[in-house]
Design a protein around this ligand. Structure first.
Ligand code: F0G
Length: 362
């Protein structure tokens, strides 16, 4: 049977500011599964009746949630006559931008922190033909650079479109994750919507989506739970982190662009933002793979780690609640982290004897 899912812009066209005649740049992103995680619920809140769901955004075309926003940003960039797009990125925005630029036939430049971008993201950017510029600075430095260059270029004849989430079109596309979650839950928002927070575009976009859907279809509103890595937790600490550090390189950000909007969303939803140690991020990352068969990159486990932490400390009562954890990026994005966390594979001679002995002894 043909797959009729048209991508998020056409699927939710009544909620997005694109006319029917707009030529959409899409890879049929969205429509990711919402997976019930019974074993995980029992592990983090035994006997509580917690209904835990995982929104597996790693199954988007370039392996992260960024594709939702990128279809909108690149569609608009082409509409504006841009010949190129540019972004700073910890890797996923870059890979997504590179793919959608290839699809649109325009140039793509990405600035990434040298040595701090996971292998799968770099590989994808190069494969899609982006111009990858590694800078000896952080994501935040890169974002300052691209913001400035685009302002200068605004007076030039061939505009470069900035596709970081300060671009409002990115949020328009990304808000569709909230719509899908409500649809998949049968027309209702969850009690808790848990997600990692880096540059804070996604938490801002999701809240926008939940509010719009509630207004139009009466889904109700969730409370937001944001997780930052302890070594990169500016919003939790209330101050810029000059040298952010975390194994969750996707959210290694010290000065989020959507900081104020994230605080508003948290406030309006009666939400919580908390910092989680790398150790606990990795523990949740391991549980997702080992208990539910879902392999994500480390940053993507931060929403779950935050939920577990808040249940453990009594701030969240899981009794008969529905919680959704957004798993933002696929595990194959960061194979080095996965291999470093695991025991190395066992080596055996290529004989049946050796395999029999192994089975007998394990
Ligand atoms: N999870 C993953 C896998 C990410 O790549 C990001 C952000 C986030 C969570 C946080 O989302 O920034 O909207 O709060 N990655 C950006 C990038 C910064 O460049 O790919 P956010």
């Amino acid at each position: 049977m043909a797959n009729s899912w048209p991508g998020v812009i056409r699927a939710y066209e009544n909620y997005l500011p694109f006319s029917a005649s707009t030529e959409v740049v899409t890879l049929n992103e969205g429509n990711t599964p919402l997976i019930r995680a019974g074993r995980l619920a029992e592990a983090i809140a035994p006997g509580s009746g917690l209904r835990l769901f995982l929104k597996y955004e790693g199954l988007n075309p370039t392996g992260s949630f960024k594709d939702r926003g990128m279809t909108a940003a690149v569609t608009q960039a082409v509409r504006d006559g841009a010949h190129a797009i540019i972004c700073a990125s910890t890797g996923n925005t870059a890979a997504s931008a590179a793919a959608y630029a290839a699809r649109a036939g325009i140039r793509c430049l990405v600035l990434v922190p040298e040595g701090k971008i996971a292998l799968g993201k770099l590989a994808a950017c190069l494969a899609y033909g982006a111009e990858v510029i590694a800078i000896d600075g952080s994501f935040d430095d890169g974002l300052d650079m691209v913001r400035t260059i685009v302002d200068r270029d605004a007076i030039a004849r061939h505009p470069i479109s900035l596709v970081n989430s300060i671009n409002p079109w990115r949020l328009q596309g990304q808000k569709t994750a909230a719509f899908e979650i409500c649809d998949q839950l049968g027309g209702a928002a969850p009690d808790w919507h848990c997600l990692p927070v880096g540059n804070a575009g996604n938490i801002t976009a999701c809240w926008m989506g939940f509010r719009e859907y509630d207004e139009h279809t009466g889904t109700g509103l969730p409370r937001l739970l944001g997780g930052q890595a302890s070594g990169a937790a500016p919003i939790v600490q209330g101050e810029v982190v000059a040298h952010p550090e975390t194994i969750a390189t996707a959210i290694r950000i010290g000065n989020p662009a959507r900081w104020r909007e994230a605080l508003d969303a948290l406030d309006e939803s009666g939400g919580i933002i908390t910092a989680v140690d790398d150790e606990h991020i990795l523990a949740s990352w391991r549980m997702l793979a080992a208990k539910e068969g879902i392999f994500v990159e480390p940053a993507s486990a931060t929403g779950l780690a935050a939920l577990k932490q808040q249940i453990d400390c009594g701030e969240i009562d899981p009794t008969d609640k529905t919680a959704v954890c957004v798993l933002t990026g696929h595990g194959l994005k960061d194979p080095d982290a996965a291999v470093a966390q695991a025991k190395p594979p066992r080596t055996l001679p290529a004989t049946l004897d050796a395999l029999e002995r192994y089975l007998a002894n394990t």
